[in-house]
Design a protein around this ligand. Sequence first.
Ligand SMILES: *Cc1c(COP(=O)(O)O)cnc(C)c1O
Length: 429
Amino acid sequence: MHGFSYRNGSLYCENVELAPLAAEYGTPLYVYSAGTILDHYGRLDAALDGVEHEVAYAVKANSNLSVLRLLAEKGAGFDIVSGGELFRVIKAGGDPRHCTFAGVGKTCEEIQYALEQEIYSFNVESEEELRYLNEVAGEMGVVAPAAVRVNPNVDAKTHKYISTGKSENKFGVDFEKIEGLYERAAAELPNVRMRGLQMHIGSQLTSVAPFVEAVEKVAPLVESLKERHGIEFWSIGGGIGIVYEGSLESGGVAWWEAKSEDERPLTAEVYGKSIVPRLRETGLKIIVEPGRFIAGNAGVLISKCLYEKKGAAKTFKVVDAGMNDLIRPALYEGHHDIVPLIEPSTGETVEMDVVGPICESGDFFCQNRKLPDFQRGEMIALMSAGAYGFVMASNYNSRPLPAEVLVDGDRAALVRKRQTMDDLIAGEL
Ligand SMILES: *Cc1c(COP(=O)(O)O)cnc(C)c1O
């Protein structure tokens, strides 16, 4: 479910009407639903009930402190990809001992910081990194807990920019090289302790088949590593996809249940049922690292129409949000449903391109899409912008970063101020 629906002709997030909120805080404005975030977290947690597990939220999807705090209070772990994300988790009240540190390019400073904070595991992506981790831990007189990320060479069948589990991707260590690497670590690297194995085959997977394939393929390997090296966990990564199209069809209440079997997103229930039996056989603690699944459908980006422009070939609606605020369409050909904040009274539509103010032809939110007409001054919501939205926003074109609001039931709180002109130049000398 997600917390966005029309009530009496106006779009709400939970019990808060969005149009007055946007008038108060201005646009472009990100709004998140706390209830949706916690619902998705709870669903995934419940779906993995049959096996010892931890849900480690992938911070990079949406790293607002208030979002992290919500999850920390529920006991979530966190999957981080930088020292900055670890800093955020700690500031939000999260426990570093429930943090796993992913990424191909950890720096010396990041490794030292994470060692000081006693994180749960460094998820290492190459032999050179593992040897360097051993060196840094040695200098600090500690033993670093580690896992290697295996590249299982499985096709995630998603956009090529978010596919990570094939041999040609930069991520992970080849499946065939893992056992040898754990042998060498045991023999030669006294300052690392191999605590687990990790994998992550891609993002926005909409079918369970690639997950099942990867689990089946890697399970014998983790069983062997458990026997020979005493590893205790297996992180199976994130990547569970969400539905980006048809966001409001059934009023936001269990909306995907209204969809046919093959249009449905990969639900937590299907995911759990398909892999838990094989995971349990390993006897290992299972970690999952969902980002998009938790936050994606829980956020919208509200924007105001600035101008209409009727060209020879097309009608353009120029809005006040741009690719610097939400880059998914430009970067991944990502789709966002676009709905007016005030529900249209008829079903009439106009074919249009919704574009931003940035000086780039890639700065569009949709092209040739039939949408209810809207005019200068009217507001729209770009749906399902809760993950990989604000976190990828930039100051390109010297545009201040948008504000963020978190809604919980009847309450709406500003959780990040809109940047000012002075913020734009704050670090410059
Ligand atoms: C990005 C990432 C995730 C989260 O991916 P989602 O598709 O948002 O669930 C999990 N693990 C690792 C290692 C990642 O890089």
